[in-house]
Design a protein. Structure first.
Length: 257
């Protein structure tokens, strides 16, 4: 019996609010060129998504779409339409070509007071509009790997209660975001394996992926092996050469759990 081919490794990049409009497009052109020629992408071993600032989503998608690089939003409203000044709803994001919407990032929780109720509502908004939520989860304080796994699985259970559809669970322990080093390989593997097991036991979330963020960089994907489905990259990936360094690890495809 022939074994099924491993799922492609998912690499996501959030540009946050670091780039201007033209800087974003120049970065996207470089990443598009990289995707066009890099064997990890052309072979299907890796797939990419990018989350630019709202005003640059449409032109960025125009640059990246020919190379099958998906775009998404860094946030979305809990409601689909109405008198919500300054908000952007899921229907508009879907209409302009978004495939992903990030929700629950620690910065939005910390800076804008978004708790579980808001994060769950935004996750629901993404799913009902055909967007894949990039749902950021992870413990605030550094503890044992087992404690982190239990807390993070409980967090996912709360946020996805009653919801259906594929999600990307981005495990980002809050204490590791922006740190000089990521969490340990054992710590990441323990939590991501627990998240994967939780998803596998719930057919309503078929097609979901677990990725790791939080100071992710070169060598981490190789060390994690099959315990993670990809990486969620921040400032490190704002240099396209660093994206290439990650893709170079997939010249020999990494097995994905």
């Amino acid at each position: 019996m022939v074994s099924p081919a491993p799922s492609p490794v998912l690499l996501g990049v959030s540009l946050k609010m670091y780039f201007g409009h033209h800087q974003t497009l120049n970065w996207a052109r470089k990443v598009a060129d990289l995707a066009h020629r890099h064997p990890a992408v052309t072979s299907g071993a890796a797939r990419l998504f990018v989350l630019p600032a709202f005003p640059t989503i449409v032109p960025t998608a125009g640059v990246l779409a020919p190379y099958d690089i998906a775009v998404g939003a860094q946030d979305l409203a809990t409601e689909d339409s109405g008198p919500y000044t300054g908000e952007v709803g899921g229907p508009v994001l879907k209409e302009i070509g978004c495939r992903y919407a990030e929700v629950g990032h620690a910065e939005r929780r910390r800076l804008y007071g978004e708790g579980d109720t808001v994060v769950a509502a935004k996750t629901a908004a993404a799913l009902r509009n055909g967007l894949t939520p990039v749902l950021c989860v992870g413990e605030r304080d550094h503890g044992t790997a087992r404690e982190a796994a239990d807390r993070t699985v409980a967090e996912v259970e709360r946020l996805l209660a009653g919801l259906e559809g594929p999600v990307v669970l981005a495990y980002e322990p809050q204490w590791a975001i922006g740190a000089p080093e990521p969490a340990s390989t054992e710590h990441i593997a323990t939590v991501c394996t627990a998240l994967r097991a939780w998803l596998d036991a719930r057919p309503r979330h078929t097609g979901s992926t677990v990725i790791y963020g939080g100071s992710a960089g070169p060598g981490l994907l190789t060390r994690l092996g099959g315990s993670v489905g990809g990486l969620f990259l921040g400032r490190f990936a704002h240099d396209p050469a660093n994206v290439e360094a990650i893709l170079d690890e997939l010249r020999t495809p990494v097995a994905v759990a």
